[in-house]
Design a binder for this molecule. Structure first.
Ligand code: ATP
Ligand code: MG
Length: 270
């Protein structure tokens, strides 16, 4: 019989005791998490709990005042956002950030720009290599739009898409980078139940097809419970629970955070 080997795989994301303070407020305190390959983890908590701030810390928007984080074992503290994107973390934003006046397909192509291999002279003089790569980029952008169910909308102005479709376009833009970890900040916000159901299918499909790990912020617990393998719950910057959806849903601290005490000293939306 073959001997059993113990595999200790490096997690895609490892955060250890990450913290940041704004003035007197500890927005995130001792945040730790490990996300494995192709894992789908939920990050939930009431308004102002620190969820978006966690994303801002691990994408280099804010510098953690405490702790460290690693992507595939590589320490990321102090790296700039573009370096972190290159290393493999992509995100969408709670407040949609698109080039509103550009077409849908150009929004995706713009996100792919960083990965272009042709240089400026080739772009100016339109060499054969430029055209072949341009065709390839268009093909790929269309493929990504198909993933988020936006085929046929390529030439519309992003601004003219309904809200739910703009959120999906944001996801297509995030997919345009070679990511290992995808951070989604309330992708279902403002969607109706049918759109939300479609979005869940898309997220699941992305995870399976792109072999990417996903950290998903969502307010609606019934929604994250459907697709996440694990959920971590923040309240006032601290982790109050983590575990399987069932464990988290039955945790008294979580129930209290959601239904209990009146929220005090909550800041404005990020
Ligand atoms: N740049 C900043 N300066 C000062 N305070 C900030 C800053 N960014 C976030 N905060 C504060 O940190 C806390 C956590 O905010 P954060 O946006 O991370 O919460 P959240 O869990 O994403 O909330 P929501 O569900 O409303 O999006 C809030 O009190 C917020 O006001
Ligand atoms: Mg937020």
């Amino acid at each position: 019989m073959a001997e059993k080997t113990i595999q200790t795989k490096t997690p895609i994301l490892r955060a250890q005791n990450l913290g940041i303070q704004f003035g007197g407020l500890k927005a995130v305190d001792s945040f730790s998490i490990e996300i494995g390959e192709s894992e789908l983890v939920g990050l939930i908590g009431p308004n102002g709990a620190g969820k978006t701030t966690v994303f801002n810390l691990i994408t280099g928007v804010y510098k953690p005042t405490e702790g460290s984080f690693y992507l595939c074992g590589q320490r990321m503290n102090g790296k700039k956002t573009h370096q972190i994107v290159r290393a493999g973390i992509a995100r969408t934003f709670q407040n949609i950030r698109l080039f509103k006046k550009m077409t849908v397909i150009d929004n995706v192509k713009a996100a792919m720009l960083e990965h272009l291999t042709y240089g400026l002279p080739q772009a100016i003089f339109r060499t054969p290599r430029f055209w072949s790569e341009e065709a390839e980029i268009t093909r790929r952008a269309k493929e990504l739009l198909a993933v988020v169910h936006l085929s046929g909308k390529e030439n519309l102005e992003a601004d003219n898409l309904p809200y739910g479709q703009q959120r999906r376009l944001e996801i297509a833009r995030a997919l345009a980078t070679d990511m290992k970890l995808l951070l989604l900040d309330e992708p279902a916000a403002g969607m109706n139940p049918t759109e939300t159901e479609e979005l869940l299918e898309i997220i699941d499909y992305i995870r399976d097809t792109f072999k990417v790990s996903v950290l998903l912020i969502e307010h609606d617990m019934s929604l994250v419970m459907k697709i996440c393998e694990r959920i971590q719950v923040l309240d006032f910057g601290s982790t109050i629970a983590s575990g399987t959806p069932a464990e988290v849903a039955n945790n008294p601290k979580v129930i209290e955070a959601y239904l209990g005490k009146p929220r005090k000293e909550r800041g404005p939306d990020a």
